[in-house]
Design a protein around this ligand. Structure first.
Ligand code: 6PG
Length: 245
């Protein structure tokens, strides 16, 4: 396990650097196999990432796109993580529909979670009980150190066997579907993109605080994920650019 982190003057610069890193990872993956699996987060920061990613002339038809989590809303809803990616990545990069593995936010959350897990099992050719190894999982983090839709105090943070689950979150929209910790930990590469002054205390807690993923869920993937890279802005925090921790 290795954690690499780098600070940038602002969110756009951090997004551009994370996009370059993801493109490098995808390019290496394509040297070994015909297609790559990329799971992206939602919220607002990923918009910057998507805008930077589409600047690269990648063979996007070899990228299969998944989501780390989704809100229980229809795909056309402004709160939809799928819509954010569709408008800013899928359409501009012309990623084929067959490569899009969206979470069906319009369905009842439990049904959507089951459908998503079945899609993942089919794509990765998993037998029961086996977890997928995404080539890249891109994560964000909230000011409460949540990541994906794993919020502080959620018992699902202890789950190491499941693939996806419906969760009822404090954040509106309340019902969500999320990948579970075992899947996040099984990823070959983890890329955190985190920006915003309001997240400085959570960044400090994740990196330097006592290990307590119930309080700081992002610690789980950050400290126990594989090939973990953090890209963050430096505004408002004593973020001293360091190559490796
Ligand atoms: C979501 C995200 C969520 C996000 C954090 C950070 O659906 O909201 O997946 O986990 O990564 O809330 O969001 P920002 O990057 O927009 O601050």
């Amino acid at each position: 396990m290795s954690i690499h982190w780098q600070c940038y003057p602002d969110a756009r610069a951090a997004a551009a650097a994370s996009a370059q890193h993801i493109v490098t990872l995808l390019t290496h993956t394509f040297e070994a196999k015909p297609r790559a699996s990329l799971a992206v987060s939602g919220g607002s920061t990923p918009k910057l990432l998507f805008e930077e990613l589409v600047k690269f002339p990648l063979p996007w038809d070899r990228v299969h796109l998944f989501w780390v989590d989704e809100r229980a809303v229809p795909p056309a809803d402004l709160q939809s993580n799928y819509r954010l990616a569709d408008e800013n990545l899928i359409a501009p990069a012309v990623i084929p529909t067959a490569n899009i593995h969206r979470i069906h936010g319009e369905a009842p959350p439990e049904t959507a979670a089951k459908q998503y897990a079945a899609d993942i099992r089919e794509y990765f050719g998993l037998v029961d009980g086996e977890l997928p190894h995404f080539d890249i999982v891109q994560l964000g983090m909230g000011p409460d150190a949540h990541t994906a839709s794993l919020f502080p105090g959620d018992p699902l943070i202890e789950d190491r066997k499941g693939i996806a689950a419906a969760v009822f979150a404090q954040k509106v929209p309340r019902w969500r579907v999320t990948l579970l910790p075992g899947v996040l930990l099984a990823a070959r590469n983890t890329v955190f993109l985190v920006a915003g002054d309001d997240k400085a205390p959570a960044v400090k807690a994740v990196f330097e605080g006592e290990y307590d993923p119930q309080r700081f869920p992002a610690q789980l993937a950050s400290r126990h994920g594989r090939s973990v890279y953090w890209f963050m802005d430096a505004v408002g925090r004593d973020c001293i650019p360091r190559a490796d921790l």
